[in-house]
Write a protein that binds this ligand. Structure first.
Ligand code: SF4
Length: 477
């Protein structure tokens, strides 16, 4: 408890019964060194995958550099989203204003790249000097005849969650401006999947096999014209709820499009998502297609997962995510692999999210909101976890402590969603957790020896391609 700052004590609980009484949705405590990103970063990660739009960061070069190519979000067409344009404000601009520079940058970039739309992100300094970004965007939009959309994401004005909302507000200006003719009655928008390592493509393929049309992917491999006609879809299927729910609610209010919450991580949640979409349409063909699809995908991967389960059984994991929805799926997927989650937390969880975590975790699990590196390191040691699942900021904590790490954040290059993604996830967890390198860490040496003893059956012909233990095991083939 002495590791936890006094002002944060209500944001950490140890599960004892089902009701979780935890403080959350607060500003980060000063001096805590939160793992959270700023408002601007929140907007940038949501809008980033819209590949045929221009993304211009109005502020110092550092804000743009910080978020340059921030996601592993792929596009099968334009790559404009991967550029990091900045108005590069300097001292003189801060004193005399950056509006002229913004106007000039927009003109030059639009002429050069011919984007379908432009997003202009306000950073901290814009909130301080008060540039009229809306007026410049309006003027350029009129002159260039494309939507030029201000994103009110001044970094200091809230949490990352406020950035998500600012991104949704910017996209909302595009929704409803396109032609919806020809859209199937069995149609959806995929919302809150960002095509990390091509995941949206996999999910889209599942829906197509079910007989469901995907009108827009918001925003993984996103296109401006798809967003414009997304109000023609029959259903919004929302994954990363924190980031995109504001837009889904807007679409429900104005166009009457209902939304459902899903997750594409893990067999259980992936299958549930597809069944729920099929149930919504109440069509026999769609239902049959869905059943066949799920059966064939699950049958194909179960033997592989069973192999990993044998190797991982009894391991312990710490899970720290941005939004809490991912943590739910991770806990279930880890359980399926025989791994117990002993610490779990998120940067932006709501009271409902933590209640849900309380329901699905084991007694004694540490549940934490908006943690910091000191706390995470302490919890991981206290619970003697074998694995930390998080993002780029958590990776060094894991390696310094000498335990496995699995990147489940937006920088990763391996798809972890869908059925194929579940096998990749199991492999990632296994190769990192059971790596022989941990025998060099004194604190964990005894565990490694135990693992070699208990995990290796001596029949390495089964696991030739993936087993790292065999090189250390004298009983092996
Ligand atoms: S917007 Fe502000 S907090 Fe965010 S990167 Fe820029 S300067 Fe830093």
């Amino acid at each position: 408890m002495e590791t936890i700052l006094k002002g944060r004590r209500q944001q950490v609980v140890k599960k004892d019964g089902k009701d979780i009484n935890i403080a959350c949705e607060k500003q980060s405590l000063a001096g805590s060194v939160s793992q959270r990103a700023c408002v601007f970063c929140g907007s940038r990660v949501v809008l980033y995958p819209i590949a045929d739009a221009l993304h211009l960061v109005h502020g110092p070069a550092g804000c743009a550099a910080y978020t340059w190519d921030i996601r592993g979000a792929l596009s099968n067409g334009p790559q404009l989203h991967r550029m990091s344009f900045s108005t590069d404000l300097r001292e003189k601009d801060v004193i005399f204003g950056g509006e002229k520079k913004l106007y000039a940058a927009l003109n030059e970039l639009i002429d050069r790249y011919q984007p379908k739309a432009a997003f202009v992100y306000s950073t901290c300094i814009i909130g301080v000097i008060g540039d009229d970004v809306d007026a410049i965007c309006k003027r350029v939009s009129k002159e260039k005849k494309i939507p030029v959309l201000p994103v009110h994401s001044e970094g200091f004005k809230g949490t990352k969650k406020d950035g998500y909302k600012a991104a949704c507000e910017a996209m909302w200006k595009l929704v409803g401006t396109g032609n919806t003719s020809g859209i199937s009655k069995f149609s959806i928008n995929i919302m809150g999947d960002f095509n990390i390592a091509g995941e949206t493509w996999m999910i889209k393929e599942y829906y197509e096999k079910m007989g469901v049309e995907v009108v827009a992917s918001i925003t993984g491999d996103g296109r401006v014209d798809d967003l414009r006609r997304s109000h023609g879809a029959a259903l919004n299927v929302v994954q990363c709820s924190g980031s995109i729910i504001h837009l889904a609610r807007r679409m429900k209010e104005k166009y009457g499009i209902p939304f459902i919450h899903v997750s594409y991580f893990g067999i259980e949640d992936m299958s549930k998502a597809l069944y729920e979409v099929a149930d919504y349409f109440k069509d026999e063909t769609v239902s049959n297609n869905t059943r066949e699809l799920i059966q064939s995908e699950v049958n194909a991967i179960l033997p592989k997962l069973n192999w990993y389960r044998q190797k991982l059984n009894g391991k312990k994991a710490c899970v720290y995510t941005g939004g809490a929805f991912k943590a739910f799926s991770l806990i279930r997927s880890l359980r399926m692999l025989g791994v117990q989650t002993v610490v779990v937390g998120s940067q932006t969880g709501s009271p409902e999210d933590y209640q849900m975590l309380g329901e699905i975790t084991d007694e004694g699990t540490i549940i934490v909101d908006d943690t910091n590196p000191m706390e995470l390191a302490k919890f991981v040691q206290e619970k003697d976890a074998d694995l930390l699942i998080g993002g780029v900021k958590e990776r060094p904590i894991a390696y310094k402590l000498g335990l496995g790490f699995c990147d489940h954040n937006h920088e990763r290059k391996i798809p972890l969603a869908g059925y194929e993604g579940m096998v990749n996830f199991a492999k990632e967890v296994y190769t990192s957790t059971c790596s022989p390198v941990w025998k060099l860490v004194p604190r964990r040496k005894h565990l490694y020896e135990q693992q070699v003893e208990t995990n290796c059956s001596g029949s390495c012909h089964e696991c030739e391609s993936t087993c790292d233990i065999k090189t250390q095991c004298s009983g092996a083939a």
